[in-house]
Design a protein around this ligand. Sequence first.
Ligand code: ZN
Length: 352
Amino acid sequence: MLAIWAALVAPLSAGALSFSNRYRSPRNPERAIRKATRLIVLHTTEAGARSSLNKLSERGEAHYCIDEKGVAYRIVDRNREAFHAGRSMWSGKEECDSYSIGIEVVGHHDKPVTLAQLDAIRDLVALLKKEYRIDDAHVVCHSHVAYGAPNKWQKRNHRGRKRCGMLFAMPSVRQRLSLKARPAFDPDVRARRLVVGDPYLEKVLYGRVDTMAGKIGRNVAPPPKEGFFASLFNKKPAEMANEPEKENYYAKPPAPANAPAKAPKKAPAKANANPPPAPAAAKREPASQRDLEDRMKYRELGTLGPKSSPYKVAGRSWNAATTYYLIRGRVVRGDRLDPKRAQAGTRVFTRK
Ligand SMILES: [Zn+2]
C-alpha cells in the first residue's frame, strides 16, 4: 500500500520542478566523489542571480542554486563534493562539505524569498531526502553548521560565524517547505566544543524568533498534497510523518505564529479588522542617547577604541539585541551591528 501511495505522490511533488545545466561547474572533474551524505545545507547567496550563478559555477561552491523564478541550476554533480560550507562542524564532525549537499537560494538570510523558490526548494529537498534517506531535522541552514575560529571579537571557537540561510530555520518557512522537524539544540554548543557567538542567531535557529511569519505564502493555497492522499488510506498525515527519530536532540519546530487557526471561522474576521499591536511595535526602538538613558534606563558600558573591541567592552552580548551602539549620533542595535562600522569613539550601552 505504501508503494501505491508513493507512486501517487512522487510524480506530483517532482513534476513542477525545472532544472537547468546552464551553469554546471567546470570544477566537476576535479572534485572527489562524496563518501557520505548526512545533511542537506540551505544557503542564501546575498546577491543577485546572475553574479551568484557565475561565482558558484566558477568556484564549484554548491550542488544547486535556485533563482527567483524557481529554476534549480545544477552546479556541482550531487555525488561529488562542493565547497559550500567552509569552516563547519555538526555533532562533532568537521568539514561538512564531505558529508552534505549544498543548495544556494538567490536571496538574503533575513528577507522573504519568492513563492516559486519555496516550491522549488520543497520539491528539490524532497527528492534529495528520498534519495539519500535524510530526515527533516537533517535539513539545516549554513548558519547551523558554520563556526568561527577565535578572533578579535570572540576568544573561542564559536557558532555564529555567519547567518547564511537562517530564514530556513524559521517555523513559518519550514512549514511552507513541508519540513516537520528541525534541530532542537546545537549539539556542538551543548558538548562545549563551541560557544555561542551570536545570541540572536541562536534564537532564530532554536527559539521562536520568526521574522517571516505572515510574509510567506500569503496569497497562495497551502501546497502539501500529502494530506489528501494520506487521507485516502485513513491515516492522518501527522502520523505518517512521525517516523522514529534517530538522534534525541531533534524535535519538532514550534508552531508558526501565523499558523491557520483551527477554531471556527467567526472570530478571525473581527481579529483582522482590529489587529492587536505587536509587542515589537509597541516597544519603540531608541533613536538617541537620551532615549537610551532616560526612557530605556540603559547605562553606558564604555567606548570602542583600537584596543577595545565590541567584544572587549560588551563581552558575549556584544551582538545581542540588548546592546546598543552610538555611532556618530546614530543608534545601532547589537544584533544589527556591522563590526566594520563600529569605529573608535563608538559608545556602547546596555541594560542596567
Ligand atoms: Zn552559506
